[in-house]
Design a binder for this molecule. Sequence first.
Ligand code: HEC
Ligand code: HEC
Length: 335
Amino acid sequence: MYSKFKSLGFLSLFILMAFYSLQDLQLIYPDHFPKPVYDFKKNPLKQSTIDLGRKLFYDPILSRDHTISCSSCHLSDQAFSHAGNHLSKGIEDGIGDRNSPVIFNLAWQKTFMWDGSVVNIDVQALAPINHPKEMGEDINVAVRKLNQSKEYKMLFYKSFGDSLATSERLMKALSQFQLTIVSANAKYDKVKQGKAKFTASENKGYQLFKQSCSSCHSEPLFSTYEFANNGLSYNSELKDYGKWNKTFESADKMMFKIPSLRNLAYTYPYMHDGRFKTLNEVLEHYENGIVKRPTLAKQLEKPIVFDPKEKEDLLAFLATLNDSVLVSNPEFQNK
Ligand code: HEC
Ligand code: HEC
């Protein structure tokens, strides 16, 4: 009798586990992508949590005066950058000290922010919420506001089986939404999948890219997501030496996270301080603008020179990295 009861217990436990794992979603990405580095076991994707994360991402309730949401600086139709703004704009017209980066393919990144100062995406949201020039809010107050909302209590219940909003749950939900933002539908991806072909010019540009750029902006994510000094001059107004600002190690001077080159059409201006408005200015930098410092990347010690035809080809290739499906996907927009 006892043993029968015990096996029934195991059976129901098994059914319960199967039920929960059925609810877990898998991140969708193509075969030519590597495995994500994010550990989904510690924050399993669920549709209800992704939906909660999306709602939070678009809700100015997380800012002190309810005027700024994550989406104020990360816009879905601009690959989640803030096109046209060289520095971020936050609460009470505060101007931040860096360019709003893109948000896509986060599941493949080990570190976040231009200087890698955040190593866990599940706590990243603390930074903008607390930043005096971004959202200017105390995380505890933000959480209290969510707990005063009947709608949020219901949504937290659906996601976590408990209606209490906590900062950990808030950030896990924001992570889930952001982790689902995968950019893998550019022409480049279709070529890799055998569904499209490069033009002659794109193909020449691809070869030039592989010679001069792909050691840092490597395929298929178009970044190694490591750090490098790509020869930018120091911005004395912003006093930004990249990683060095946090570590004070001389080896970190002017080391910034290598950004992906996907979706450049939507994400101008470029670099950590948005100093270049166009891709031609970027190429001009790699040709004539490199500042020599001990930390300068070896690959950039000699200028990268392209003739006008080569520039055209390289730009044609870079344009194949623009993912129009990403920037128009209703799943990533405010619902
Ligand atoms: C006022 C503009 C602004 C707001 C509001 C804002 N961000 Fe950002 N975000 C930035 C800037 C600027 C950076 C880069 C900061 C740095 O490098 O120090 C950034 C960086 C990030 C990154 C790191 C991306 C990477 O690849 O390293 C993520 C993720 C992110 N923000 C998500 C969010 C979320 C979630 C919210 C809302 C809770 C939010 N942001 C609100 C401007 C903003
Ligand atoms: C040694 C590594 C390295 C090489 C080689 C390199 N880059 Fe970069 N690139 C970087 C880093 C680091 C940044 C970010 C610097 C910053 O903002 O402080 C960057 C930024 C960029 C940006 C700005 C992207 C954005 O979102 O702001 C573009 C565009 C770019 N590189 C294109 C190229 C092209 C084209 C080549 C080849 C001609 C190239 N890079 C070669 C390291 C490299």
